[in-house]
Design a protein around this ligand. Structure first.
Ligand code: SDX
Length: 427
């Protein structure tokens, strides 16, 4: 795909580098030969680095565009279902009815987990953060499903994809039930993916729990909006872990660990906490002031993005869903009023305009999840359920493209060589 060249001149040395052209987005300079000439590029946080080639998701941050295998997120969120989006992310094309039915049946039939895994939960304190439990149990799945862990075998990769996609909601709901001391609820094969999750979260043995179709649709749409997002921190973590040939359960557990951070998937929980701390519209100016103060580490959670320098298209859909859910539940959440006013003020503030800080996917999701009855410490768990398909799709693509272990170099600024003299008296 090299359609022109770049010339890098350092002192007397000059190096010709290929410039590779994408289907959409920025061209990339192929620097793979630089290392052999003794030069490395320096880019902490990878602000200017393309770590791989991918066909899964495209983001145009300046224009607020997000495509999954070419399909715009706005159309997928309103016209599709999460399982259909999973098929698209995994296999690259929209499924026929027959392909979809087969996919859905297979996912539905793998939602139960090995009964012995339920005992793993009892090793955790009840007040453990659900993300800690999810991370631990997901990694442990490799101890139970080791019959298809040859990562070089595409059939094994497909089986593991189904297992992870199917079992993540079950394990996630178990994290919640364990934290509130309620019995685990088994999956029900006659429910949809989102409906089954809500049932496992909120049903009890004492009475029938009927899934509200509006909430079920909202949950499914939240899953769609969080399904994949190119080379974000957690997906890059999954790719790096997988580059050593590690098993997919370990790789997904690594992705969960990375997603947990407040700068990434933990932002939805942090954003709701921030809105609760702001409490009323009158307090907003004080928090905006703090967010702009270089000496204050406070940031407006749910605002800003490494790639989007425009509205996050997911936030737009999330905002509409937020209004639908609150209307359906006849809720008048004062936090929504604070969120709307905070958004209005921030979007008109020169600091946020100049730095191109817009609401991101996490800004409204917390309010919807709270309205669905989900506690804030489960918000990032919901994100992890949805993002599992994105992590798997990228992990799979990396294997299909040929594995190369991720091993970056560094700019070393430590000591020069020096002689070691121990001060310690050896026994
Ligand atoms: C997700 O990558 C993905 O795709 C992630 C994600 C996905 O789907 O996987 O989209 C999900 O993680 C969304 C982001 C959720 N995080 C938050 O909402 C946390 C708050 N946001 C910030 O922490 C921040 O905006 C990041 C981490 C999201 C992006 O940080 P960058 O790209 O490294 O930018 P930066 O930190 O260098 O900020 C640039 C400037 C800085 O000011 P200067 O040093 O240039 O003076 O903008 C300021 C920052 O101080 N800034 C903010 C701000 N975000 C950036 N100031 C106040 N409030 C904020 N939220």
């Amino acid at each position: 795909m090299a359609d022109n060249k770049a010339k890098l001149t350092i002192a007397e040395t000059s190096v010709d580098l290929d410039v590779l052209s994408p289907t959409l987005g920025s061209k990339v300079i192929d620097i793979r030969t630089l290392g052999s000439k003794g030069y490395y590029t320096y880019d902490p946080g990878f602000t200017s680095t393309a770590s791989c080639e991918s066909k899964i998701t495209f983001i145009d941050g300046d224009n607020g565009i997000l495509l999954h295998r070419g399909f715009p997120i706005g159309q997928l969120a309103t016209e599709s279902t999460y399982l259909e989006v999973c098929y698209i992310l995994l296999y690259g094309e929209a499924p026929t009815q027959e392909q979809y039915d087969k996919f859905k049946t297979t996912v539905t039939r793998h939602t139960m987990i090995h009964e012995q895994i339920t005992r793993l939960f009892h090793g955790f304190r009840r007040d453990s953060h659900p993300m800690a439990v999810l991370c631990g149990v997901t990694g442990a799945l490799a101890a139970f499903y080791h019959d298809a862990l040859d990562v070089s075998n595409p059939v094994h990769r497909d089986i593991t994809a189904y297992r992870l996609l199917s079992k993540m909601p079950t394990v996630a709901a178990m994290c919640y039930k364990y934290s509130i001391g309620q019995p685990f609820v088994y999956p029900k094969n006659d429910l949809s993916y989102a409906g089954n999750f809500l049932h496992m979260m909120f049903a009890t043995p004492c009475e029938e729990y009927v899934v509200n179709p509006v909430l079920e649709r909202a949950m499914d749409r939240i899953f769609i909006l969080h399904a994949d997002h190119e080379q974000n921190a957690s997906t890059s973590t999954v790719r790096t872990a997988g580059s050593s040939g590690a098993n997919p359960f370990a790789c997904i557990a690594a992705g969960i660990a990375s997603l947990w951070g407040p700068a990434h998937g933990g932002a939805n929980e942090a954003c709701l906490r921030m809105l609760e701390e702001i409490k009323t519209v009158e307090h907003i100016p004080e928090f905006i002031k703090r967010a702009k103060d270089k000496n204050d580490s406070f940031r407006l959670m749910g605002f800003g993005h490494r790639v989007y320098k425009n509205y996050d298209p997911r936030a737009t859909v999330m905002r509409e869903t937020c209004h639908e859910v609150l209307k359906e539940l006849n809720l008048n959440d004062s936090l929504l009023e604070v969120a709307m006013e905070l958004e209005r003020i921030a979007l008109n503030d020169p600091y946020f305009i100049e730095k191109k800080l817009y609401p991101n996917v996490d800004f409204y999701s917390g309010i919807i999840l709270k309205a669905l009855g989900i506690p804030s410490n489960m918000f990032t768990v919901i994100f992890a359920i949805a993002r599992t398909i994105g992590w798997i799709a990228h992990w799979n693509e990396m294997h299909e493209d040929g594995l190369k272990i991720a091993r970056p170099r560094q700019l070393y600024t430590g000591y020069d060589e020096r002689e070691f003299k121990s001060e310690i008296k050896k026994k």
